[in-house]
Structures are given as C-alpha cells and as structure tokens.
Design a protein. Structure first.
Length: 169
C-alpha cells in the first residue's frame, strides 16, 4: 500500500491569515455574500466550495453567528490551493447593528504518492529543484485572488484599509 508525501505551506507571507473587522449595520448579510463571491473570484464550480460550519445562536441578545467555508482551487494533479473563510459575529435583532470578524486563511497542499524511500527522496528532490518554481507561481496567483476577495468584502461593508505604521529602530 502506498503512502503520500504531503507538502503544505501558508500562502500569505509573514502571517497565518488576514483579519477584517466590521462594526455597523447588518453584519450578518456577509453570510449570503461569501459563497457566491468565492465562486466568482476563484472561478470554480460549487463542488469545490465546502461549508464546514454554520451556526446561529438566538438564545440571547445580541444574536451570535458563526460560519466557516473552504474553497479548493485545484491547480494540477498534485497541487491544490485552499482558502478558508471564518466569520464570527453578533447582531442586535431589533436595530440590526452589530460587529463581525472575518479570517481569511489561504494555504497550498501538494501531494506525491510514493511506495518506498527512493520514491520519497525522488519527489522531495523534484519538488525542491523543479516543481518549486511552479508552486511559487501558484502561490503568487493565489495571493492576487485573496486580495481580490478581501477588497470585495471591504468594498461591500465600507471597511477602510489601515496602513501599518511601525517604529523604525
């Protein structure tokens, strides 16, 4: 029985995910916006969109909601880019005001089947010296798509992008 060499990397440089915060009118409308937006931006069929979790807690005020989706952007026979969207928020049932936090986490998985240590060594070497350039191109393309997703969400909700101002030492 064969085994699989699995290489996984986070696509965003220096961080695990992008985080967007919103406070204002009707934040729960994001739940209807995200699935079609993902399909449009990543140009994949609905069979590549997975709704991992979807919850509403109406037991108290404000109403709490949580949702998580993953979208698979298959690049070739070995590599697929995944983007996970996690949304956590609250909304008042009367005036529809609330807040939410959106986490966007893109990552890439490459898999090589192997049956012995020579195959494994060959695939590691092949991945490092030859296939690595292709994986970098996939990563660059995925960064563009994630930025487009972030910008569309920011535009829909009027979320201003803040510039990071750090101290130079």
């Amino acid at each position: 029985m064969g085994k699989t060499l699995r290489l996984m990397i986070d696509i965003l440089p220096h961080k695990h995910s992008k985080v967007l915060k919103y406070e204002g009118d009707h934040p729960s409308r994001i739940l209807k916006i995200v699935p079609p937006l993902l399909l449009k931006i990543f140009r994949v069929t609905s069979t590549n969109l997975f709704e991992d979790d979807f919850r509403w807690d109406r037991s108290g005020e404000p109403i709490e909601f949580f949702a998580m989706w993953r979208i698979r952007d298959k690049k070739d026979a070995r590599t697929a880019c995944w983007t996970k969207i996690k949304i956590l928020g609250t909304q008042n049932s009367k005036d529809k005001k609330g807040r939410m936090t959106i986490h966007i986490h893109p990552y890439m998985i490459t898999q090589f089947p192997y049956s012995n240590f020579l195959d494994k060594f060959f695939y590691r070497t092949y991945s490092y010296f030859f296939y690595g350039n292709q994986r970098r191109r996939y990563r660059e393309r995925e960064i563009i798509l994630v930025e487009r997703l972030e910008n569309d969400i920011r535009e829909e909700f009027g979320i201003v992008k803040r510039e990071h101002r750090g101290r130079m030492r």
